[in-house]
Design a protein around this ligand. Structure first.
Ligand SMILES: C[S@@+](CC[C@H](N)C(=O)[O-])C[C@H]1O[C@@H](n2cnc3c(N)ncnc32)[C@H](O)[C@@H]1O
Length: 245
């Protein structure tokens, strides 16, 4: 995971610096919701709200929320390279830390997102993460979650470091920690990213391949994300976008 979320984050920042700042958000939404999914989560946001994005990676979703909804975001991610990328690409507050112990004060966020992160934690840490999301969020504040689920934690071909929860377990974790889910949709049922978004993401990917295609770390990161893609297209791993309070 370090290569995928740390080394590639650094390479992505350099690619965006070369291609232009309009490439930053599509390039930095790594495997997260599409613009349509992020728009859905943005329905709960208002200008000036403090949004925390836990496991926020290189900051693409948080930057999108700032642009579309006028929130004041902070990214929390355990990968220093991802936090540096968020700070450099978006001038965003980014704090190195894990979801098991979020380095933010209790009740300090008006809203919180956690996109594509739960499946990267082991089972005990999943519960700790949800408890932490509850702790840092002001009472009644909205939570946006993107979760990838499967019928078993490690289906054949699962990417390293992933343990997929069932959807039932996700719902149970949320209920146990006082969240009420009020919206749930499969990202696949939402409109795809517009062509201009995909073209910008592809240009960044092409540049990364040209610059780093011979680097074994590039091949490793591609292999890991390809594994997730294959499981998703086979329907073994499924995405769910949830809004809760
Ligand atoms: C699939 S990426 C998603 C990144 C970002 N949320 C997005 O949607 O673009 C998963 C992220 O989870 C982060 N992560 C891994 N372990 C974590 C942990 N224990 N706590 C919080 N985040 C973690 C990774 O560093 C990575 O940035």
């Amino acid at each position: 995971m370090e290569i995928e979320f740390d080394t590639v984050a650094r390479w992505t920042t350099d690619a965006v610096a070369e291609l232009g700042p309009d490439h930053a958000i599509p390039a930095a939404c790594r495997g997260s919701a599409s613009p349509a999914g992020l728009d859905r989560l943005c329905r709960d946001l208002r200008p000036g709200m403090r949004l925390g994005d836990v496991g926020g990676g290189t900051g693409g979703p948080a930057a999108y929320a700032r642009e579309q909804a006028g929130v004041v975001p902070v990214v929390v991610d355990p990968m220093p390279g991802a936090c540096r990328a968020a700070a450099r690409m978006f001038g965003m507050d980014a704090v190195v830390g894990g979801g098991e112990r979020v380095p933010l004060a209790t009740g300090s966020l008006d809203a919180c997102w956690c996109l594509g992160v739960l499946c990267t934690l082991d089972d005990n840490d999943k519960a700790r993460l949800v408890r932490e999301l509850r702790r840092v969020l002001a009472p009644g504040g909205p939570l946006g979650l993107l979760v990838f689920t499967a019928d078993e934690p490690r289906p054949a071909g699962a990417p390293d470091g992933n343990r997929f929860p069932t959807l039932g377990r996700v719902r149970e974790l949320l209920t146990d920690h006082g969240f009420v889910v009020d919206d749930e949709v499969a990202p696949d049922d939402l409109p795809p990213a517009p062509p201009s978004w995909r073209e910008r993401a592809d240009r960044v990917d092409d540049l990364l391949a040209r610059r780093h295609g011979d680097d074994p770390r590039f091949a490793e990161a591609e292999e890991q994300s390809g594994r997730l893609g294959a499981l998703m297209s086979d329907g073994v791993v499924r995405g769910h976008l949830l809004r809760a309070r």
